[in-house]
Design a protein around this ligand. Sequence first.
Ligand code: CA
Length: 219
Amino acid sequence: MKKILIVEDEEAIANLIKINLEAEGYRCVCAYDGRAGADRIEREEFDLILLDIMLPEIDGYELLEYVRPLETPVIFLTAKGKLEDRIYGLKRGADDYIVKPFQIGELLARVEALLRRYGKINKKLSFGDVEIDLVSRIVTKSGIPVELTFKEFALLVELIQNKGVALYRERLYEKIWGEPFMGDTRTLDSHIQRLRRKLNWESRIKTIFRVGYRLEDRP
Ligand code: CA
């Protein structure tokens, strides 16, 4: 049974969606603010997330940053119907976008289409002797688990998905932290240091002078 997380602070809307999705055979969990949503995402596995943008505590855009490394499909639910908001959401990695108020039938159709599309996507990444399960978020090196923080995990996924490519510090920072890069490289650099240490990747993650980092394609 497919499991869907609904993050929506308007409880009446969240519950209405839940009832309708459950009538279609999905299992649903509701979170009524961003922090509750983040907690759920950290603890449980979902097949799809319906995510409101304007949320107390942590907003939908920020929450999306948590979700992206998991590659769980996300549909934004929002009252914002303006074109620029829609583009912004999709650019940040949402898979689809529904403007409130919406017909429940439309929502069901989009959920179904997205789940179908994602059914074919691989949930595992590997690079050399390092394996990443994007669903359980378990990282192993030569079969031995490696403990990574949330950001380290996101950084690792980003590096592997762009292996062999020089990644600019500012781009990397903005992608992983989801906020503008203000020129302070310490946060990113210290995360890279820790990744190198934990994975024994001192020579694998190359520092590119005045640019950023590159994951070497071959040892
Ligand atoms: Ca809201």
